[in-house]
Design a protein around this ligand. Structure first.
Ligand code: EPU
Length: 292
């Protein structure tokens, strides 16, 4: 029996994931579900768990590399109105898990709400940003999170408080739970100032990162206070290519791809970089991106 028999939500089968990710490559998902409500989401998760079908949540697709043979499970997307609303209430902001990060941080800066300026130039959704505590030198998303509403892999809905979320460098306790919505606490300030800060951080990124190329941002986590990009650069690996995938000449922690690149080529660059950096300075680089 098909585990989705009688499911009320929207389901597509055999869906190419390339167009839904920033790398613009990789295979298909066996199923793609776009729930219209928390109930439909919970039902899909419960059914998948009951049938032993693997589930993944796709946010903005900004930090994901899909393998060429695709993903033999169900991909959930929170792109419907139930998950993409933002409500402002003084210094508090209530956001859906599917809200896009950049427009959100820009909207907050325009209102003079300070706290998300460091998200300038970081793609993705609120759910993804919470799960991996997205950020950079100027701050992390977790800095402004008060509590998060999540669904676990069996579709049970609960709340995680800031303490329970255990934010660290590119990590939180969200793991395989789905972020439905979040309460953020920002600081009221001067709109001129917050917008100027947002623009300054955006300009910094444009200058030091290949934002116009297809990539998934930084590929490796920074090891113990060192910059992975600086280590890869020092190992002489800028420009190293496998087919259509290469180490960026602008920032060495980015792998940029041409339109004909494959996931296998990106993975080959990753393995080469890892072994060269380990050989050059003894550091084992850990992936920041998710490989599906
Ligand atoms: N550097 C080089 N060569 C390079 C890249 C960097 O020598 O190819 C040097 C820079 O000159 C600088 C130092 O390394 O002295 C640090 O570089 P950068 O300021 O670019 O910061 P990063 O540590 O490489 C981190 C985040 C970025 C974030 C920036 C800015 C990680 C893995 N990366 O990069 O996040 O945008 O700080 O805040 O934590 C991402 O997570 O996808 C990402 C891009």
């Amino acid at each position: 029996m098909n585990w989705l028999n009688g499911y009320a939500g929207r389901v597509e089968t055999d869906v190419p994931l390339a167009d839904l990710t920033w790398f613009k490559l990789g295979g298909r998902a066996r199923w793609l579900v776009s729930p219209r409500s928390e109930e439909e989401l919970a039902d899909a998760l419960r059914r998948a768990a009951g049938a032993d079908v693997e589930t993944k949540v796709l946010g903005g697709g900004a930090n994901v590399l899909v393998r060429d043979d695709g993903f033999d499970g169900v991909v959930v997307r929170l792109d419907g109105p139930a998950f993409t609303k933002t409500r402002f209430d003084g210094e508090s902001v209530h956001v859906g898990g599917g809200v896009e990060l950049m427009p959100l941080s820009h909207a907050c800066a325009r209102r003079g709400l300070s706290g998300l300026e460091a998200m300038a130039g970081i793609p993705g959704t609120v759910g993804g940003a919470i799960r991996m505590n997205a950020g950079g030198r100027h701050g992390e998303f977790g800095d402004v999170v008060e509590r998060v509403r999540v669904a676990d892999c069996r579709g049970l809905i609960g709340i995680l408080t800031r303490d329970e979320l255990g934010f660290g460098y590119r990590t939180s306790t969200v793991a395989d739970r789905v972020v439905l919505s979040a309460d953020l606490k920002l600081t009221e300030g001067d709109p001129e100032r917050t917008q100027a800060t947002f623009r300054r951080f955006m300009a910094e990124k444009k200058q030091s990162q290949p934002l116009g190329d297809k990539s998934a941002g930084c590929v490796f986590k920074n090891p113990d206070g060192k910059s992975a990009g600086a280590l890869i650069d020092a190992a002489g690996l800028k420009g190293v290519a496998r087919g259509g995938a290469s180490v960026s000449d602008v920032h060495a922690n980015f792998i940029v791809t041409k339109p004909d690149a494959t996931a296998a080529e990106v993975l080959a660059v990753i393995e080469h970089v890892r072994s060269e950096v380990a050989g050059a300075c003894g550091v084992e680089l850990e992936l920041e991106i998710d490989v599906w």
